[in-house]
Ligand binder design. Structure first.
Ligand code: PMP
Length: 276
């Protein structure tokens, strides 16, 4: 079992793959990415992730010279070569390599990385629930694009880490909650799940979409709407979702206890049905 990466046609270990210092991803963060989990050697929602990658590419006017089927094949080859059962598959496409200039020419060739690493086991964190902090959302207005340009997310998540919190949940100037630094947010009020709608400058999370679907199947009421920080503080339950976190219960917002101070029933239920 080892980490394996495909980089522009060649397979190697992550530590051995080298890029050019004039890669626009390196110099400008001019790139897009996806993270996909595999369970028992089977990627979860691979096609949905690749479709979002295509939308991100369109969003930054990058032409992807690979079909979804072609990318799927490389993902599977990387996964098989890694021999990992539970892996995080990382896909990154940067606009390409060229002498440093903000503008680019249309014929630039994108650089593709597809790698697999052993997935972290977060089950213990999920068992106890985590603490979050609240942080102003200072990102750009196109957060539906999964860009490698992640400075605001890095700053917010680092701030969380420094006070022993797991995630930073971001909010707009008017107090409207958007999403975590690398997760979507859900709150529960009297048995109804509320999550910020896609109008709120968030990433359309693949896990978020699965939760919406599963809540309907389970007969749990779910509303995509608006959520502000005051409401979030009063929620009976809060949970975060992402490919790597799955469903992560939140038990504290900074020093304030959420609900009963332990993972809620609805979060548990959603985790239980997520992969079914
Ligand atoms: N929002 C942001 C900002 C993220 O980085 C992520 C994780 N990539 C998510 C939400 C969750 O998305 P997904 O469920 O597709 O992993």
């Amino acid at each position: 079992m080892c980490n394996v990466v495909y980089f522009n046609g060649k397979f190697s270990k992550f530590s051995e793959a080298m890029t050019n210092i004039e890669d626009r991803g390196y110099q400008f963060g001019d790139g897009i990415y996806e993270v996909i989990r595999s369970y028992g050697g089977v990627p979860f929602k691979l096609r949905e992730h690749l479709e979002r990658l295509e939308r991100s590419a369109e969003g930054i006017r990058m032409y992807l010279p690979w079909s979804i089927e072609g990318l799927e094949k490389i993902c599977m080859e990387v996964l098989n070569r890694s021999k990992l059962s539970d892996a995080d598959i990382y896909i990154q496409v940067t606009r390409g390599t060229a002498p440093r200039n903000h503008t680019y020419s249309e014929d630039i060739k994108p650089n593709l990385i597809i790698g697999a690493k052993k997935a972290k086991d977060l089950s213990e964190k999920r068992e106890h629930g985590v603490k979050i902090i609240l942080a102003p959302d200072v990102r750009w207005k196109k957060c539906w694009i999964k860009s490698t340009n992640l400075l605001p997310n890095i700053m917010a998540k680092q701030q969380a880490k420094e006070v022993g919190a797991f995630e930073a949940v971001q909010y707009e100037e008017d107090g409207t909650v958007t999403e975590g630094g690398s997760s979507n947010v859900f709150a529960v009020f009297n048995g109804t799940i509320v999550t910020p709608s896609l109008k709120h400058n968030i990433l359309p999370g693949i896990t978020r979409a699965v939760i919406i679907e599963k809540a309907a199947e389970e007969g749990i009421n779910l509303e995509e709407g608006a959520l502000n920080v005051e409401q979030l503080q009063e929620a009976d339950e809060i949970f975060l979702t992402s490919t790597t976190m799955e469903v992560m219960p939140v038990v504290r917002i900074e020093e304030k206890v959420v609900g009963k101070g332990k993972p809620g029933e609805i979060a548990r239920k959603m985790q239980e049905v997520l992969l079914k």
